[in-house]
Design a protein around this ligand. Structure first.
Ligand code: G4P
Length: 529
């Protein structure tokens, strides 16, 4: 096997998604601990990015350097090279989660055993299902009183519309959590308590009919376990690797990240069941990660990670081949050859410059303002573009202007840069003034982030006026039906996006239908193409 193939096949690139507080940070820390990347849990920074309170989110954003280092982590484990992508835990940032999932080959969904699928995160999880990548479920906090196990599975199936297959099964919960039954190995792994923050828990493996198991877990728990196993074997979906790979069946694991129950078992099974980087679709067909030369796409842009330097980093997922820092690459959308500047990778809590990286890896490169989300970078001799990343239709709109008109320049710069990052979408009225911009967002929290960032990074205070619109439609055939010729409704508004494309805003869906009826030749689209 070539070195390139060996390197690529040992890559496992996945995103972790969870409702805030379900235990994503703790689980990530434990993974790192097993990989030997950190010595003591508690060193993964930036967990507050996943918190629900705006103030917490803002606080960590003040230290963006830290929160961002934790957003992509690479570490070795048992011959694998693991890349973990962090995602924001709040539904208001589900678009960001979707983009991150575009860069991942699978997702780990962390669920709090006492809560099940939480209302606020439904949208986030659905976004995950939309990507059709393998989804692994880790039901966490079994050391606390948990909901009934069958109910939890039912919840995932009905709420998220994905079948589940428990790979292991918990014995008790809370104080009575004794371990898990491994359905494949048909044995029980029991645990003795581990100290918080260490990885050495004593695990003992018992055959299911071992009398020592009965004395450890108790007669009642043993009987209940046997009953549940029988029920499970008869009723639950059988493990099917093909369905897992297509994202139609989620393998489920139980454990407690805090006390390390079940984390290593999960990690080992997960690495076996998830996949190395796979072929991806581009405009020239399906591209093999090993056979093709270097190519990557931009899935995230983050400005001002270091306030002192006013830098902007474009994060790229390498999709094929080997990246070599000294070679020239071709930026497809910019139509030019360039060298990627200061390529970096994140290793636990530090960033370092890399000279090479492989398909499956994520690199962050210095961006002088040339990259946009979804852009492709490839070798000059072999040009093609990966499928773009769709933009979600905004659901909330506001009119934004600087308090101080003297700050117009910074205002425009800040708004444009934040929009290029994909953190907001901006629009203008056809003959509107530069001092006023219409902002569209998917989640309301994005407005708070915009306000905070303009003040802190661009020194511009803004006034924001909510607009009543909730529906947005791009005009697909403006040559045929010019926007000014459209017979509208009283609540309709004509605007243009950053690229000058005309679109319409509506207060309710009734008006959308009405305008379509009144203008039979008009073609409206929910997404920009
Ligand atoms: P998040 O990234 O998904 O937001 O969750 P995070 O790991 O920060 O965990 C949220 C809280 O839940 C933390 O408590 C953490 O210690 C606790 N936790 C995580 N996993 C488990 C588990 O398996 N069992 C139990 N009992 N608790 C767990 P905290 O009090 O908010 O923070 P800390 O003071 O412990 O750091």
């Amino acid at each position: 096997m070539s070195d390139l193939r060996t390197e690529i096949e040992k890559r496992r690139t996945f995103a972790i998604i969870s409702h805030p507080d379900a235990g994503k940070t703790t689980l990530t820390e434990k993974f790192l601990l097993y990989g030997g990347a950190i010595n003591l849990a508690g060193s993964v920074k930036g967990k507050a990015t996943a918190r629900h309170a705006v103030s917490d989110w803002m606080d960590i954003e003040k230290q963006r350097g830290i929160s961002v280092t934790s957003s992509v982590l690479q570490f070795p484990y048992k011959g694998f090279c693991i890349n973990i992508l962090d995602t924001p835990g709040h539904q208001d940032f589900s678009e960001d989660t979707y983009r991150t999932l575009m860069a991942a080959d699978s997702a780990v969904m962390v669920i709090d055993a006492s809560k099940g699928v939480e209302a606020q995160t439904r949208k986030l999880f659905k976004v995950c299902v939309m990507r059709h990548i393998p989804i692994f479920t880790f039901i966490n906090k079994m050391d606390r009183d948990a909901r009934d196990t069958f109910d939890l599975l039912d919840d995932i199936e009905t709420e998220l519309g994905i079948a589940t297959c428990p790979i292991n099964w918990p014995i008790g919960s809370g104080k009575n959590f004794k371990g898990v039954y491994d359905r494949r190995g048909r044995h029980v792994v029991t645990y003795s308590g581990t100290e918080k923050g260490t990885k050495e828990g004593t695990e003992t493996i018992y055959e299911i009919d071992d009398p020592k198991l009965t004395s450890f877990i108790g007669q009642d728990a043993q009987e209940k376990l046997e009953e549940e196993i029988e029920l499970l074997d008869g009723a639950s979906a059988a493990f099917d690797q093909e369905k897992v790979s297509k994202g139609e069946l989620s393998p489920v694991f139980f454990g407690s990240a805090l006390t390390n129950f079940g984390v290593e078992i999960f990690l080992n099974y997960f690495l076996e069941m998830t996949m190395p980087p796979l072929a991806r679709e581009a405009d020239c067909g399906t591209l093999d990660p090993v056979k093709e030369p270097f190519s990557a796409f931009v899935f995230k842009i983050q400005a001002n990670m270091n306030k002192m330097h006013r830098d902007r980093i474009a994060f790229m997922r390498i999709c094929s081949g080997k990246f070599e820092a000294d070679k020239e690459v071709y930026h497809v959308q910019g139509k030019r050859t360039l060298r990627l500047s200061q390529p970096q990778q994140m290793m636990a809590s530090s960033r370092h410059v890399v000279s090479e990286a492989y398909a499956g890896d994520i690199i962050g490169v210095f961006d002088p303002g040339i990259f946009s989300i979804g852009d492709t970078v490839c070798m000059p001799g072999h040009k093609f573009a990966y499928e773009g990343i769709p933009t979600f239709a905004p659901e909330h709109f506001a009119r934004v202007r600087p308090m101080d008109t003297m700050k117009r320049k910074q205002f425009v710069k800040g708004m444009t840069q934040i929009a290029q990052e994909g953190a907001i979408q901006i629009f203008e009225e056809p003959n509107g003034s530069l001092e006023e911009t219409i902002v569209g967002v998917v989640g309301m929290l994005q407005f708070d982030v915009l306000k905070y960032r303009l003040e802190n990074e661009y020194n511009v205070e803004i006034r924001m006026e909510d607009l009543p619109y909730e529906y947005i439609r791009w005009i697909e055939n403006p040559e045929e039906v010019p926007p000014e010729k459209i017979t509208g409704t009283s609540d309709m508004k004509r605007i243009v996006d950053l690229k000058g494309r005309p679109l319409l805003l509506f207060v309710n869906s009734w008006s959308v239908g009405m305008v379509e009826e009144r203008n039979p030749k008009l073609r409206l689209a929910e997404f920009a193409r």
